[in-house]
Design a protein around this ligand. Sequence first.
Ligand code: 2M8
Length: 456
Amino acid sequence: LASLCPAVTDPTQQAFVTSAKAVLDGNWVTSMNSTLPSPNLYPHQWSWDSAFIALGYSHYDTHKAIAETDALFRAQWRNGLLPHIVFNPNADESYFPGPAFWKIHTSPAHPLNSQTSGIVQPPVHAIASLAIYNNAKSAQQKKLAMHHLQSVYPKLVNWHNYLYNERDPLKENLVYIRHMWESGMDNSPAWDDALNAIQLTPDQIPQYTRVDKGKVGSHHERPNSHFYDRAVYLIKVFYDNSYDEQAIFKSSPFLIQDVLFNSILARAGEALADIAHILGKKQAAVHHREQSAKTAAAISSKLYHAEDGFYYDYDMVAKKLIRTKISGGLVALYGAKVDSTHLNSIVNHLYDPAFLGPDLSSYTIPSVARDDPGYTNTTYWKGPAWININYLVRDGLLRNGNGNEDAVKIAKFLKTRSMSMLGAAGFYEYFNPISGSPHGGHQFSWSAALTIDWMC
Ligand code: 2M8
């Protein structure tokens, strides 16, 4: 175990990083070899949470970072699908939808030794595995990390191949999500039209009982039943089609090419290329880099709306861009390498009062523009600020912001503000973007893990 964050010497900052580590320690479940997103709300392993968590561990505990990643990939489906939840067999009843609801045995590709969901989440994993290697300090840690790259590389390739082969039927280099939970931004207003278009009679909705509502400050902070009815209905569409992607593509009423998901995929493709390079697989590295560049280019061509100067999701069922400004659109910068016009338009949006305001006076980035009719201060992905979004947008601004003083200034602001907000409020799940007040689950792992990644 490396000493935690040798670069941080200020005692107050050291205490802050130590408290972030305590959150991860508290959420570690030895029997699963993985970390819960939050002890009160999420009793299983979540896919993109795990990748963010591994980024945090990579700075001081290579072993745990690898264990976390391995636990997730042990549950990978035989067709490459990396499930969004790996269920903890000791916590069956405490989360809905639990393992039985997904009926994953209807798929010939389901994993044999794990209970999982049947959907995915944004593919941050190659980025985390590369960080495990890059952040390993001692010779012994580097050796462990090298073994990790060797063993995880083919699994990462299967994961990305699954996305490109199964989720991009029109060969546009953009993959689709087929459930709101796949976006990671569950009840974003961006899905409202698509969800309202799903007309259901009561007998079409599988019977279900939620268990989340009593676990947060106010149940209004969680998604409503209109959302959950459609969330469970879509799961039925999947198992009724035996999780066959071609059949799902033909019959699913929810198919969306999401900016955040594809942007992370593009960036993860670069990480995969770097991993292949480290492993001496030169040809493969070239292939991964080309694939990543194609996705990045497709984001900028198909998902950018020139008049609005914003990146939007594309609804493949309604066949149109969803012109709702969500913070996921700003994450385009994380994966795509954008030209100065596109960068300036994103910087202008960040300076708009609907996001941060001209003097960066808003507390932090709302998940939905504040002038959107679907915006609220405290309801989950309908307005509140999230640390992972601040993290991804900041990184995207720095990556594209060469020579653009405003981009660098906003990037700096996002880190300072995120750290002061977490310092004042604690490692919560999400925050009121105007006041910084904390909401949702407490001791939230990715808020802690990304703090460690930022500080160390
Ligand atoms: C939230 O999503 C889950 C469903 O996957 C839920 O609402 O029950 C989202 O914030 C998602 O991005 C996150 O991965 C998950 C666990 O933190 O919680």
